[in-house]
Design a protein around this ligand. Structure first.
Ligand code: PLP
Length: 444
């Protein structure tokens, strides 16, 4: 499958691919043509088991008719309508549906929802809301945001500023930010099943940064409750609660970026529910529409929302929004997605499977090159020792090997990251793990 079939090969020059080594890819492309359930089919007709839910998106699996029918219906009823000074019922309906399952449950009151077009837009929206809120309550000097090393918060200027991945940052100017240390500690926590025991003290970095910059300069702190893109980095036990307490102490808003963890990935609707720590703002995308139509949503607390609903009634409260905020077709896809999640109880399915997932993944301990295995809910990571002088190449070779044997995984550096659709069956979990095990034995 390394070479795309010659018969129907498209011209590859024009699509400038994102986060891709374009020249390497175009020399040996991997092309997917269709998708159903747990499987893709490539352009040559080979079935490929989806170990990554696309890109952490397709929690209900692929090809869901309920979603495509809802999209089709909405497209033919009303394709687009603006949400600037205008409304359409489906956007309000979707927000009301989301409010019912909002992170933290009814008591958390995180049920004021701002629609965006992607995870990056959700992040930049949440950062702007945080800064605007602080200003609205008389804290206008609070413009700095605290993020974390190895954090990924998309690719907007706000997101890269608070993110902690050097390649995403080094070429671009940034907004005022600083970073806590990351929580990956393979030395102390290698092969831990679930949350690591060591590292809660890393949450003290927030206190340290407050002492360095002054609380009056800090609007918010943003973290992924479980960071995915940098290679599945879990919060040590007690870490998130400590962040919440420090943020409260200094009037700093806490933002959870749940673009990956939202919609059932950890076995609860949101990671907020899994950890029992309630932030002030939650960013989402991906699983919101099962990856079908691009869309994101920011859940804001009533405190934050109401803090901005001030001034004359005819004044726009927040000068922010996207042409596609609350796009009717995306809302239709989102409502159908929520229907599926509810009917099939998918938002809690990861909890049922997580023990088996954990055991299956950890059976790879002892395989060649494996230096750590991490898991939570239906997320997994297998970290490999890098080759001397060629970091990332070993995991990349495993990725290529797995794909040639009919399994899609994701690699970042020398870490294999796994996040199958939440419809995955036990036999498919076994297949994912055994294909990776075989690849590890083959790859030098
Ligand atoms: N935030 C997190 C935690 C993510 O994992 C991602 C994407 O993977 C984003 C933000 C950016 O989302 P998007 O690619 O939809 O802009």
């Amino acid at each position: 499958m390394d070479q795309i079939s010659k018969t129907n090969a498209p011209v590859l020059d024009n699509f400038w691919m994102p986060f891709t080594a374009n020249r390497q890819f175009k020399a040996a492309p991997r092309m997917l043509a269709s998708a159903e359930g747990m499987y893709y089919t490539d352009v040559d007709g080979n079935r490929v088991l989806d170990g990554t839910a696309g890109l952490w998106c397709c929690n209900a699996g692929h090809g869901r008719k309920k979603i495509s029918q809802a999209v089709e219906r909405q497209l033919s009823t009303m394709d687009f309508a603006p949400t600037f000074q205008m409304g359409h019922p489906i956007a309000f309906d979707f927000a009301a549906r989301l409010a019912k399952i909002a992170p933290g449950g009814a008591d958390a009151k995180l049920d004021r929802i701002f629609f965006t077009g992607s995870g990056s837009e959700s992040v930049d929206t949440a950062l702007k809301i945080a800064i605007a809120y602080q200003r609205a309550i008389g804290q206008g000097t609070r413009t700095r945001i605290i993020g974390r090393e190895k954090g990924y918060h998309g690719v907007g200027f706000g997101g890269i500023s608070v993110g902690g991945l050097v390649n995403n940052r080094r070429m671009f100017p940034q907004i005022p930010a600083d970073h806590m240390r990351h929580t990956l500690d393979v030395e102390r926590n290698a092969f831990t099943k679930g949350l690591p025991d060591h590292g809660v003290e890393l949450a003290d970095d927030l206190e340290r940064l407050v002492q360095l910059h002054g609380a009056e300069t800090i609007a918010a702190v943003i973290v992924e409750p479980m960071s995915g893109s940098a290679g599945v980095i879990l919060p040590p036990k007690g870490y998130l609660g400590k962040l919440r307490a420090t943020a409260d102490k200094y009037g700093i808003l806490l933002i959870f970026d749940e673009v990956i963890t939202g919609f059932g990935r950890l076995g609860t609707s949101f990671a907020t529910d899994y950890f029992g720590v309630v932030p002030d703002l939650v960013t989402t995308a991906k699983g919101l529409t099962n990856g079908t139509i691009p869309m994101g949503a920011v859940f804001a607390s009533r405190k934050v929302h109401d803090g901005l609903m001030v001034g004359p009634e005819n004044a726009i409260e927040l000068f922010h929004g996207y042409t596609y905020s609350g796009h009717p077709v995306a809302c239709a896809a989102g409502i159908a997605t929520l229907d599926i999640y509810e009917e099939e109880e998918l938002l809690t399915r990861a909890a049922e499977l997580s023990d088996q997932w954990q055991e299956a993944l950890h059976s790879l301990k002892g395989h060649p090159h494996v230096t750590d295995i991490r898991n939570l809910g239906l997320v997994g990571a297998v970290e490999l020792a890098p080759r001397n002088g060629a970091p990332g190449t070993r995991a990349y070779d495993v990725f290529i090997d797995c794909f040639s044997k009919g399994l899609l995984i994701r690699v970042t550096g020398d870490i294999i990251a796994l996040s199958p659709p939440l419809i995955v069956e036990k036999s498919e979990i076994e297949a994912i793990v055994s294909k990776i095990g075989d690849a590890l034995k083959r790859v030098a």
